[in-house]
Design a protein around this ligand. Structure first.
Ligand SMILES: [Fe+2]
Ligand SMILES: [Fe+2]
Length: 192
């Protein structure tokens, strides 16, 4: 049974519940598309922010952290792709905007603290949104959010480990990374 707008208007005048199944399905998909697009914006913000951190760590000679931010940015971009595929499958449009501006942080410890906070916020949001999709009988979007939670928890841990290293070893930890770059550069020059 398919309801037209007029049918729906007349139906709502006389019945509060239950909502016809075709209308409910349309609403559920809209809700999923809205949540998936919110995640796209968060992922795009994370991609920009981590690439910005990658450039600056590289510029300051911290190769290990530069690599970590670059690899994570690429993973976040993969998340955008997964979300976009689901949005298109549900008949929505992908909203390619970032959730917020890129913060111009140059201090390495502050970068890691910011990145860890972004991951924490994504974990909370995606857990909530997985439950919301489940409540709307959208099992595949729920599964997608759960998979993303797993990845974001891994990202959270990697940033948390680095924050703890800096807290424990201070500038010596960062100095080691600079020395490592010099050693690699020297080894490369010697091999030529
Ligand atoms: Fe992500
Ligand atoms: Fe992440």
């Amino acid at each position: 049974m398919v309801f037209s707008r007029i049918d729906w208007y007349n139906y709502r005048k006389h019945h509060e519940y239950p909502i016809p199944i075709t209308i409910m399905e349309g609403y559920m998909h809209e809700k999923s598309i809205e949540l998936l697009n919110k995640a796209v914006k968060d992922e795009l913000q994370a991609t920009h922010q981590y690439m910005y951190f990658h450039f600056h760590c590289d510029d300051q000679g911290f190769d290990l952290l530069a690599g970590l931010f670059k690899r994570t940015a690429i993973e976040e971009m993969g998340h955008v792709e997964d979300l976009a595929e689901r949005i298109l499958f549900l008949g929505g449009e992908v909203e390619m905007e970032t959730a917020g501006p890129t913060e111009m942080i140059h201090d390495v410890e502050a970068m890691l603290v910011k990145a860890r906070a972004m991951e924490e916020s994504s974990i909370k949001d995606y857990n909530r949104w997985a439950n919301e999709c489940s409540a709307n009988n959208d099992a595949i979007s729920k599964q997608l959010f759960e998979t993303l939670v797993g990845d974001e928890e891994r990202h959270y841990n990697q940033y948390d480990d680095e924050v703890r290293n800096i807290e424990k070893y201070g500038d010596r930890y960062l100095a080691l990374q600079s020395i490592e770059r010099s050693r690699n550069t020297a080894a490369g020059a010697a091999a030529e």
